[in-house]
Write a new protein. Structure first.
Length: 366
């Protein structure tokens, strides 16, 4: 199955041929071959690559996009007497506030500029300004711009306070090392179609076991009840409550094997870092300036300023797509930008090919 183009986006992203081929078989959702042979090993595998003990941590898989998992986690873990602090510096942090509004959750939103990092100092000041906080949620890799927020600093501020720490690691888990236990993360949320390099269709939550047990009876939604979903998977040995996205799950199982074969998260992170290094260096040579300084920038996706006021992004996009490369429009209000992702089944040679295509489009208009 030949690709029609490379997706240089934050997900869905380009997948390997073997991941795509894994979807070519049908599976029965009641069969042991599927539940005990794929789903349960997949759940254990997520803990394994995260370096976590099954006795203290657990996982639950949930149908839908990553946002479904973020909503499910907030809606199931934040009780009616609790108060949530949301630290945001982009669209995905602000989306947490929209979720809290829908669920009528008591919350405080600290919304920063789209180019300002969430740091320990930001968290400390926010907690001082908003007493009574029981839960704190934030995004690790904010793909609105490409910022990699300082979850390690925030974790240090939270240490000893008894505050439940919720991290949206949608676009970082699997591609950026995260010591979940050391950082005291209680709920980490990600999606099949990000750094583990699967396809869209479900997300997953890695949780401290005691925190998962504490969500029982809290959910305001049937389909987004993470405790009920988790309990069914535990008791049914991989059974989902509602129709399982079987083909997507099997593709993710294959993607997990390929992550291990690559050398795990550390090795994948090195590849993403090299992709990013080549991309930024090459784009600078071609007259494109990154939005963020190096100390704020993550290796997942990079925002670039338009090179001139008369720059036509749609034309640029179309010409690159015709050459086999799909990039992303900008998402910020402060400046005219576009974005290029470094993740997925993308290698330094692919970045070199993209840069050659950008050079040709810029110099010849073809």
């Amino acid at each position: 199955m030949k690709r029609n183009y490379l997706l240089l986006t934050p997900g869905p992203l380009s997948t390997s041929e073997t991941v795509r081929e894994a979807m070519m078989q049908d599976w029965c959702t009641w069969d042991k071959d599927y539940n005990e042979g794929i789903v349960m090993p997949l759940r254990r595998g997520l803990l394994e690559i995260a370096g976590l003990d099954e006795e203290r941590y657990t996982t639950v898989l949930l149908q839908g996009s990553g946002t479904y998992c973020v909503e499910a986690t907030i809606g199931s873990s934040v009780g009616p007497k609790d108060k949530l602090l949301i630290l945001a510096n982009g669209a995905y942090g602000k989306r947490m506030a929209r979720i809290a509004d829908y669920y009528r959750i008591d919350y405080a939103l600290v919304s920063l500029s789209e180019t300002e990092l969430i740091t320990g100092d930001v968290a400390r000041k926010a907690l001082d300004a908003h007493p009574g906080i029981t839960h704190l949620s934030m995004v690790h890799s904010e793909t609105t711009t490409g910022l990699l927020n300082r979850i390690d600093e925030v974790a240090e501020v939270l240490r000893g306070r008894g505050i439940t720490f919720i991290v949206d690691a949608m676009s970082s888990f699997g591609g950026v090392p995260i010591d979940i236990e050391k950082l005291g993360i209680d709920f980490l949320i990600s999606s099949a179609n990000k750094c583990i390099q699967g396809v869209p269709g479900f997300g997953f939550i890695i949780a401290r076991r005691e925190k998962m047990l504490a969500t029982k009876g809290n959910a305001r939604s049937l389909s987004l009840d993470i405790y009920d979903q988790w309990e069914t998977m535990e008791q049914g040995k991989g059974k989902w409550r509602f129709t399982s996205p079987t083909h997507v799950v099997r593709a993710f199982y294959q993607a997990m094997q390929e992550l291990k074969e690559e050398g795990g998260i550390a090795a994948r992170h090195r590849r993403y870092e090299e992709n990013h290094r080549r991309l930024v260096g090459g784009m600078r040579e071609l007259g494109f300036r990154p939005l963020l300084s190096d100390d704020k920038q993550g290796c997942i996706i990079t925002s670039f300023y338009y090179p001139s006021q008369d720059f036509d992004f749609q034309d640029f996009y179309n010409r690159l797509k015709a050459k086999g490369y799909v990039i992303y429009p900008g998402k910020i209000s402060e400046a005219d930008t576009f974005r290029i992702g470094n993740i997925g089944d993308i290698y330094p040679s692919d970045i070199d090919g993209l840069l050659a295509a950008v050079r040709e489009v810029r110099l010849t208009g073809e």
